[in-house]
Design a protein around this ligand. Structure first.
Ligand code: BG6
Length: 493
């Protein structure tokens, strides 16, 4: 059942994130029947816009897979969606917002208000909005939920400060720290895949697994977002949050139940077992012009510092000090302006140690988060026919082929719905966040100090810095024997 008469307020409503992700996700839920038509949505931001102007900004980003049928839905959705222009740090706008909310709730005869606030805001105004929200629009006799967006701090110290500032305003159960990777279908599938399959579960440890790689590749550079990115870098942008979340779900022990706190307890436990990241075992890079000269270097972006040492590619290796994972290197690599765009997890099994099959290529379980979600297992089989050789083949679960009739929601759709239902399983808990910053802050301090080597330049559109293959090899990943194999992007139907 879905909550009726909920108020959803989006702060930062005229910004990029709201326009491209938040509103489209709300529309997607509405279109598919997962947002009750009795809901009221209010956008709030400083920009002086009319409601219609806001709608016009949002409209091009809404998905309409059912054609004309969806046009009516768009109209209905916009009828539910109002806009208030107000300042972030003075009372006036919030009083108007509160008026709007109370009038709505009264008109619906609501005894217990349910208000969801989405803070799609830059860090500079985050706290004043949280404070004003608490002061003037908080549901004292109902449910208030607040979705907050990264960055949750810049390092351990600032993250703790932010947490300390927020803690007196909202209870932990009222806060939903969004990491949109947790809403991706294949990331959500990690727990069922691992713990719901005996064969995977039994081999998911140091006895069978040699190496794990978590890779994030984007085929474009900062392109206009340089101003944001320059003080952030790839490590903060996607590794400390998105990829670490994947690592955690991939390596934690089985939670005692599906309950959000039980899941997050296990995540925290494995995070605490991670060894410090070794500064001597990293590979960092920054993209240069493409080889043909048509694509710009990072420093060509006019919004970045002219001599910026900002890291746009990094490869790091983690070790987990526990019984399950002792000695298994887990490589995390991420880069902008690379040769392709994809996010995948590659679990490489050990070789058969001795005897007749000891030269066979390693099994690999690949979980492709995007694009084209899939789970496939590379394994060895006899080459068919009168042959006594073997070859590498695969068990292939490509979602597009197997689940073509399913609606797979966007990450933001999944997570906003979870927040509406009060489910914290796929949101980041305060202690989880604290540990992640504890882990990454020394590395970030090092990378950003004068002690660290300058990032190696790599051409826009390449695999990354030159030393990458060597780095992977050094950290336990084995290319051996897989040259003749290629996994079809889509299988023939
Ligand atoms: C965001 C980062 O959190 O994630 C972006 O700030 C990155 O730099 C994006 O492009 C990737 O998300 P997705 O869903 O496109 O893989």
């Amino acid at each position: 059942s879905f909550e009726k008469n909920t108020i959803i307020v989006i702060f930062g409503a005229s910004g990029d994130l709201a326009k491209k992700k938040t509103f489209p996700a709300l529309f997607g839920l509405f279109r598919e029947g997962y947002l009750d038509p009795s809901t009221k949505i209010v956008g709030y931001a400083r920009s002086k816009l009319t409601k219609e102007e806001l709608h016009a900004k949002i409209e091009p980003h809404l998905k309409k897979p059912h054609g004309e049928k969806d046009d009516q839905k768009v109209k209905d959705f916009f009828n539910m969606t109002n806009y208030i222009s107000g300042q972030y740090d003075t009372d006036e706008g919030y009083l108007q917002l509160n008026d709007e909310i109370e009038t709505f709730e009264k008109s619906r005869n609501i005894s217990k208000p349910h208000r969801l606030f989405y803070l799609a805001l830059p860090p500079s105004v985050f706290l004043p909005v949280a404070q004003q929200l608490k002061k003037l629009v908080y549901a004292t006799d109902g449910i208030t939920r607040v979705i907050v967006e990264k960055p949750f701090g810049h390092d351990l110290q600032s993250a703790r400060k932010l947490q300390a500032d927020l803690a007196p305003l909202f209870k932990e159960e009222e806060i939903f720290r969004i990491d949109h990777y947790l809403g991706k279908e294949l990331v959500k599938n990690l727990i069922p895949l691992r713990f719901g399959n005996k064969f995977l579960n039994s081999s998911w440890n140091k006895n069978s697994i040699q190496n794990i790689q978590i890779s994030f590749k984007e085929p474009f550079g900062t392109e206009g977002r340089g101003g944001y990115f320059d003080s952030i870098g790839i490590v903060r942008d996607v590794m400390q949050n998105h990829l670490l979340q994947i690592l955690t779900l991939l390596t934690m022990d089985r939670p005692i139940s599906f309950n959000a706190e039980d899941i997050r307890d296990e995540k925290v436990k494995v995070l605490k077992s991670l060894a410090p990241i070794s500064n001597d075992n990293i590979l960092i890079g920054q993209y240069d012009k493409s080889i043909d000269g048509t694509k710009p270097s990072y420093l060509d972006d006019e919004t970045v510092k002219p001599d910026s040492k900002c890291v746009t590619f990094a490869a790091l290796t983690f070790h987990i000090n526990n019984d399950r994972w002792d000695g298994v290197p887990i490589i995390m690599r991420a880069g902008k302006a690379l040769d392709s765009g994809k996010v995948e997890i590659r679990v490489q099994y050990k070789n058969i140690p001795t005897g007749m099959f000891n030269t066979m290529p390693n099994n690999e379980l690949v979980i492709r988060v995007q694009p084209n979600p899939a789970v496939y297992l590379k394994f060895n089989a006899k080459t068919p026919g009168l042959s006594d050789t073997t070859s590498v083949t695969d068990l292939d679960l490509t979602y597009e082929n197997r689940y073509s009739d399913f609606w797979i929601p966007e990450a933001y759709e999944v997570l906003i719905r979870d927040a509406l239902l009060g489910d914290h399983s796929n949101f980041v808990r305060d202690d989880e966040l604290d540990i992640s910053w504890k882990l990454f802050t020394p590395l970030l301090n090092y990378i950003e100090s004068s002690e660290a080597p300058a990032p190696s330049l790599y051409p826009y559109g390449s695999r990354g810095p030159e030393g990458l293959s060597e780095y992977l090899k050094k950290n336990g990943f084995d290319y051996n024997g897989t040259e003749t194999y290629s996994w079809p992007i889509t299988s023939p139907n």
